[in-house]
Design a protein around this ligand. Structure first.
Ligand code: GLC
Length: 443
């Protein structure tokens, strides 16, 4: 019984978290600036920080008392970035097929990854790296036409005027000491201004909004600071309702989200930063999740955690390269497409061209044989397997000649034309997609 309760609670919690995060921004006012994001589909998240020195949880390790704050901060001494090659990072990101990248400018631990003037806690002033990590990466990304995003933690568990970092011992409560809270506000909003002016991010990826309300953070004001500088900046949904899009994390939503724009952020193993963690997702797993996300109208923000010297683990590189090779074979079905068939018409992910005259069907795994589509009213002009360019012929089954109910479409996909990971069929239709969604039978 106890276990059952736990399960029910979990379901309720995750639903309310998603609803709670819903944005207060009217989608029609931001539609134009969101277009590149909607077309981009794939971003690479980068969690690089002093936590990579010991390979421990980013910031959370001291919050959760796995390590003392003092010991956590000793990692400052080991953060070198000595083999950091921003051009190589940008090359890899480009090769993966990603259209944007989001890098940590400051995590909850408060260590700025750039040269902040707002305090001394930065890798420039406090670590042997002694350099700004963000500027050179943005430069290299922009040379390659990749949009640049700044991850910024609102929470700062190091700043003396922040209300606290240990679960059980807050330093003070905001409503009891507004003077202190205002000092913290001036500090973090100053950093936001600084990041705007220095790097002009195309996208802001806030994190940690759950510790305070929109009023306390002054979310609306933060939006203004950003948009006054660059009206086209996109802001993620972790700003207590004042962001432009939603950010489910790690787990894929079971049903199609109703949001206009959303992005699944996901680790490649089980951790955001570099860790001694070998539970790498395989290229097949990443690609099949990616297909599922795109099929449901979202983006994937796939994370990598480089080492403290700036090198990237081989397993990570492998996944990104395989994803890139798959995108080169199948990208036509992914980039600049729109969400595919609603559930029930095809058992797998699908996407559509923007004019919905081309339907792309994704086949999971290496299973050849027949696939089936239900309720497709259109005539199919031709079917091609992306990558192999094999031409296939559909068979229509169960069509009653005088009934408007369409027959089932069966397509036999021969083994030799299958993709190593996820195969894509391109179906050219005789016009914009038309679906039959009735009860079958004679009408
Ligand atoms: C969570 C964690 C954080 C991580 C982020 C990425 O909110 O607090 O450590 O950086 O997810 O999505």
């Amino acid at each position: 019984m106890k276990k059952m309760k736990g399960i029910i609670l979990l379901v309720v919690l995750s639903v309310s978290q998603t609803i709670g995060a819903q944005t207060k921004i009217d989608p029609s006012t931001i539609k134009d600036k969101m277009q590149w994001f909607a077309d981009a589909k794939l971003g690479i998240f980068i969690h690089e920080g002093i936590y990579a020195v010991d390979g421990i949880d980013e910031s959370w390790s001291f919050y959760n008392k796995k390590i003392s704050y003092a010991d956590y901060m000793k990692q400052l001494k080991g953060f070198t970035l000595k083999n950091y090659d921003p051009a190589a990072w940008a090359d890899l990101i480009k090769e993966s097929g990603a259209r944007y990248s989001v890098i940590t400018t400051k995590h909850h631990d408060g260590v700025a990854m750039y040269d902040t003037k707002m305090n001394d806690l930065s890798i420039v002033k406090k670590t042997p790296a002694n350099r700004d990590m963000v500027a050179p990466l943005f430069r290299e990304l922009r040379k390659r036409d990749i949009k640049c995003g700044a991850y910024y933690s609102l929470i700062d568990w190091s700043y003396p005027d922040y209300p606290g970092f240990l679960k059980d011992s807050s330093r003070y409560q905001v409503y009891k000491d507004y003077g202190r809270w205002n000092r913290f506000r001036a500090f973090f909003q100053g950093q936001i201004k600084e990041i705007s002016e220095k790097f002009n991010p195309d996208l802001w990826w806030f994190d940690g909004d759950w510790e305070h309300s929109a009023e306390e953070w002054e979310s609306q004001r933060i939006r203004h600071i950003i948009l006054d500088h660059n009206p086209n900046s996109i802001i993620n949904g972790r700003l207590q309702g004042y962001g432009d899009y939603e950010t489910p994390e790690q787990n894929f939503p079971v049903t199609r989200p109703k949001y206009n724009w959303w992005e699944l952020c996901m680790t490649t193993n089980d951790n955001w930063g570099f860790h001694h963690d070998n539970n790498w997702k395989t290229p097949y797993e990443v690609i099949s999740i990616f297909a599922d996300v795109v099929s449901n109208g979202g983006n994937l923000l796939l994370d990598m955690g480089p080492r403290a010297d700036g090198t990237i683990p081989d397993e990570q590189v492998h996944v990104l390269k395989e994803l890139g090779a798959w995108n080169r074979r199948n990208g036509e079905a992914v980039f600049s497409t729109i969400a595919g068939l609603p559930q029930g018409h095809y058992y797998g992910p699908s996407t559509l061209s923007k004019d919905s005259t081309t339907l792309y069907l994704f086949l999971h795994g290496s299973s050849g044989g027949n696939i089936m589509i239900k309720g497709l009213v259109n005539k199919i002009n031709d079917i091609t397997v992306l990558g192999s360019n094999a031409e296939l012929t559909p068979k229509i089954v169960g069509k009653i000649s005088w009934s408007p109910v369409p027959g089932l479409v069966y397509v036999n996909v021969p083994r030799e034309s299958l993709d190593e990971y996820v195969t894509v069929l391109r179906l050219k239709l005789d016009g914009p997609l038309k679906l039959y969604q009735g009860h079958g039978g004679l009408n």
